[in-house]
Unconditional design. Structure first.
Lengths: 465, 427
């Protein structure tokens, strides 16, 4: 019988939970993680990582199709859907295994089973309805994550109507596909399937795709997707799905007019709901709002000793937010003085083609906040590296506070921008003004030079346009 | 190409200054090293040297202009073979310190920022600057954004506690300070509009930079430093007679003052009770390794405190000579920053005005100041009998965060024999 007394018990081993556990162990706490399914959570197993593996396949496939542009020839280009999925699963498996190693290395005890609060300072672990253990803990961190949201009339059946899980492991490529929702998840799948050859229709209820992004970026993305042959319907809702034998008929309503269209498959990507069930919240003071746990600045819930982080709590619902939030929470518990999470400095990335990345306020939000702002823009066609790469479509945009020089936001679309955005995030965290960014020497030739130019442009000093 | 003469940065933190005087006029020939102007910073007046020979082609910023930003062109130097026609457009705007309520400056049109118009010639940029002496306690760690916001709001960064790594002041700290109503730069806070006008007749004397700094620092000290005071009387007949002997020696070309003795005595006492030679910081008390004593000197422009460094290692004569030099530079407004920045303890002596005793405000970030009164004959009790003695009353003001009552008392106790029996100083 293993030891059941801990300083910290974490329920859920996703990027929030396992990272928090490691940090706690570094700080000298005795830590346990309870995970019911797979270490690494959605992120490693059914989210970030396997989708990136699929999108990499799509990217290489796209390049092969355009081999001639680079003076190469590639004939009879094709793919094997099974192998594509296999690769993605292997990548996920390898990383999940890696998390297991990390737990061992950091002396974190992992309990295999479902965890639930069971009275003050106690966590009950069960597996297939059977009791595994009752753990005692000074502190408990809830990190149970979230799952796909379903809407009435839009229920997945797992065969023809998918959520992200099924969409990640297709047995073959659908000829036609409806993606409901154009957030990051929906758009990544739309981009993947379109590149692999499917006829893709995206329906978005808001008036633009990637609605959380800066409007200008949304518009550029919209155009790029349409050019690739995607059909995009904004300001529209999918009212109903009629599941047939081998296809699905969707009722799409736009501007009061309903239309029925039939697709091979449907992907529902209309958001997530927090995993708040069966974790013993009922008998606690923990507050819930719209399926997510309400927490304070340092992830404390209303129940003493109980903390919550990651997708289980408020937005942004991103892996790096979950991890960082967990670290802050643990450090606070350990008596350190971390800064509370500043969500306006968390970058968001969408790995579609072309990629989209942003951090901070959109131009519209910055204006709404009543600030005087300066906006800089730099297009990919002005950048040597972009042209050399054969990827000269895109934009880097910056938003500054005119009075203080604070970098309020940065927005990008184009090749590799998901790898670039952290440059601005570092700057923001160090509380840069335009001055330090202008004084930074960016290496040539790189795409990052556009980040410099977009700053210069905000102050009327752009060089290469 | 004509050389632009730029407003020099005389200290690392200087962002603007007053062009107090031009020592040349348009058309004057100057050689490299000639002093061409006087620049007043917040604490001192410094000379600006020509870095090249040539002719003063144009004076862009007239003397007496306040708030001239560093690196702003203030004049043009013509080199051999050049004439006025070569000067071109130098109508660079001269930003003046905005009044606290002034509208923000109009934004420059994109692409036509004034900096680019008045492109400085690199060779002209090196003014004669005193080397920057970053004081161990003086560097404020702050993010660029925090600095910018504090500067815009005229909030004193030094008064803000940083929550970032190593106490770095970040944006949130400045914003909290805003809402918490922390010390704005005092000089900026009270605008003339805030002082009611009851119709009395008055004239206004513009505040010099020195005045503003005094206002800001002393307000900050009185508001943020928990002062307490301790008074002690010293019988200085022995000191006076020793002074007389020393000054009266054959061939003595010096005149030691009572204050020189007080400086030396304080220096020795500070070694014995080092806690009075320290600064408060939130994380630690910073105890200075050297005994550097600031001496308050009254000048026309206001109070300034030049420093006798390593006073414990110097003889009376050295202290006396140095003090005279410093005081005269101070009165001529010629102190270099390193001559007045720093110090671990201050002495303020108003004895020469016949002041019996007074309580001084601590000179931050120091933790103690000694206020010295006049030495006068008073009745004293000596061996149970009334006698006449020369008595000097001194008051020590202490920052209670650093110096507790007992520590201050120990210091005065150590000081007493050094002043009353000054021969021990010579040991
Ligand atoms: C398709 C897709 C793509 C994504 N792509 C990205 C991306 O590119 N970048 C990005 O930042 N984010 C991405 N995300 C979001 C990201 O996956 C989540 O933000 C992240 O996983 C949240 O981490 P978490 O630790 O809070 O929760 P999760 O990763 O959901 O982990 C929760 C864990 O808790 C376990 N659990 C739940 N309840 C219990 C219980 N009662 N007892 C024991 N264990 C329990 C679950 O099995 C799970 O392993 C994507 C999501 C999806 C669906």
């Amino acid at each position: 019988m293993s030891d059941t007394n801990f300083d910290l018990v974490v329920i859920g081993g996703g990027p929030g939970g396992y990272v928090g556990a490691i940090r706690a162990s570094q700080l000298g706490m005795k830590v346990a993680v309870v995970e019911r399914e797979h270490l690494g959570g959605i992120c490693l197993n059914w989210g970030c990582i396997p989708t990136k593996a699929l999108l990499r396949t799509a990217e290489v496939y796209h390049l092969m199709q355009h081999a001639e542009d680079f003076g190469l020839s590639a004939k009879e280009i094709s793919f094997d859907a099974k192998k594509v999925v296999e690769r993605s699963r292997k990548v996920a498996g390898r990383l999940s295994g890696g998390v297991g190693m990390l737990m061992k290395k950091n002396k974190v005890t992992v309990f295999d089973g479902q965890g639930a609060l069971a009275g003050q300072g106690q966590v009950k672990v069960t597996k297939d309805g059977k009791n595994v253990a009752v753990l005692k803990a000074k502190y408990i961190m809830l990190a149970t994550g979230a799952r796909a949201r379903t809407l009435p009339g839009l229920e997945p059946d797992g065969k023809l109507v998918w959520t992200y899980k099924e969409a990640m492991v297709p047995d073959n490529m659908p000829k036609s596909l409806l993606v409901v929702g154009s957030g990051a998840i929906g758009i990544e799948f739309a981009s993947f399937y379109r590149t692999m050859g499917a006829e893709v229709t995206v329906v978005e209820v808001m008036n633009r795709v990637l609605p959380v992004e800066d409007e200008e970026i949304s518009m550029l993305a919209h155009k790029a997707f349409e050019k690739q042959g995607m059909e995009i319907v904004t300001g529209a809702t999918v009212k109903n799905l009629k599941i047939g034998k081998s296809n699905v008929t969707a009722t799409i309503e736009k501007g009061g007019k309903a239309e029925k269209v039939t697709f091979d498959r449907v992907i529902l990507a209309v958001g997530i709901v927090g995993n708040i069930e069966d974790i013993g919240l009922e008998k606690t003071k923990v507050k819930i709002e719209k399926t997510h746990v309400v927490v304070g600045k340092y992830s404390e819930t209303d129940e003493p000793g109980v903390y919550a982080i990651g997708d289980l709590t408020g937005p942004p619902w991103l892996a790096h937010k979950a991890s960082h939030e967990a670290v802050i929470c643990v450090e606070k518990i350990a008596g350190l003085t971390p800064h509370a999470l500043n969500t306006s400095r968390i970058a968001g990335c969408t790995y579609c083609h072309p990629q989209v990345a942003s951090v901070g306020m959109t131009e519209a939000k910055a204006k709404e906040s009543g600030r005087k702002i300066k906006v800089g823009r730099f297009p990919f066609i002005g950048n040597g590296k972009a042209i050399a790469m054969g990827d000269d479509q895109g934009l880097v945009k910056t938003v500054f506070d005119a009075d203080t020089g604070e970098l309020l936001g940065a927005h990008m679309i184009g090749s590799e921008v998901t790898e670039l955005i952290q440059g601005y995030a570092v700057g923001m965290t160090l509380e840069t003004t335009e001055q330090e960014l202008m004084e930074t020497v960016f290496p040539h030739p790189t795409l990052s030079e556009m980040m410099h130019e977009a700053v210069l442009d905000a102050y009327g000093r752009v060089i290469h346009v | 190409m004509p050389i632009h003469i730029l407003m020099p940065a005389l200290s690392p933190t200087m962002t603007e200054g007053t062009l107090s005087k031009w020592l040349v006029k348009e058309g004057d020939e100057v050689a490299s090293g000639d002093i061409i102007a006087e620049i007043e910073t917040d604490k001192a007046t410094m000379e600006l040297e020509a870095v090249d020979e040539g002719k003063i082609g144009k004076i862009i910023v007239p003397e007496g202009t306040e708030g001239v930003e560093v690196n702003n062109p203030i004049g043009v130097l013509l080199e051999e073979g050049e004439d006025e026609g070569d000067i071109g457009d130098v109508s660079a705007p001269v930003p003046v310190v905005p009044a606290p309520k002034a509208e923000p400056e109009p934004e420059p049109e994109p692409g036509s920022a004034p900096i680019e118009k008045a492109l400085p010639a690199p060779a002209a940029t090196a003014p004669r600057t005193a080397p920057a002496v970053p004081l161990s306690g003086d560097r404020i760690l702050a993010s660029p954004l925090a600095k910018r916001i504090a500067a815009n709001a005229r909030i004193d960064l030094a008064a803000i506690k940083g929550s970032g790594p190593n106490g770095r002041v970040v944006k949130a700290d400045v914003e909290n300070a805003f809402s918490g109503g922390v010390t704005r730069s005092a000089a900026a806070r009270v605008s003339s509009a805030d002082v009611p006008d009851f119709g009395q007749a008055y004239t206004e004397v513009a505040n010099t930079n020195v005045r503003k700094v005094i206002a800001r620092r002393l307000l900050e000290a009185k508001q943020t430093v928990p002062h307490f005071y301790m008074k002690v009387d010293f019988v200085i007949d022995n000191l006076l007679s020793l002074r007389k002997d020393l000054n009266g020696q054959d061939g003595a070309d010096y005149n030691l003052s009572i204050n020189d003795f007080v400086i030396k005595a304080c220096a020795v006492a500070m070694r014995k009770v080092p806690m009075v030679n320290a600064s408060w910081t939130d994380d630690a008390i910073r105890m200075y390794e050297n005994v550097d004593i600031s001496i308050a000197v009254a000048t026309e422009g206001g109070l300034i405190t030049p420093i006798i460094r390593n006073a414990d290692q110097k003889g009376l004569l050295a202290i006396s000579t140095e003090m005279k030099d410093l005081a005269s530079s101070a009165r001529d407004n010629k102190l270099k920053p390193e001559e007045f920045q720093g110090g671990g303890f201050t002495i303020s002596n108003l004895g020469m005005y016949g002041i019996k005793e007074f309580s001084a405000i601590i000179n931050p970030p120091q933790s103690a100041i000694l206020a010295v009164g006049v030495g006068e004959q008073r009745p004293i009790v000596k061996n149970g009998a009334l006698a006449v003695g020369t008595v000097m009353s001194c008051t020590l003001s202490c920052d209670h965060r650093v110096v507790d009552g007992a520590v201050g008392a120990e210091f005065l106790q150590a000081l007493k024999p050094l002043i009353e029996d000054p021969l021990s100083l010579l040991l």
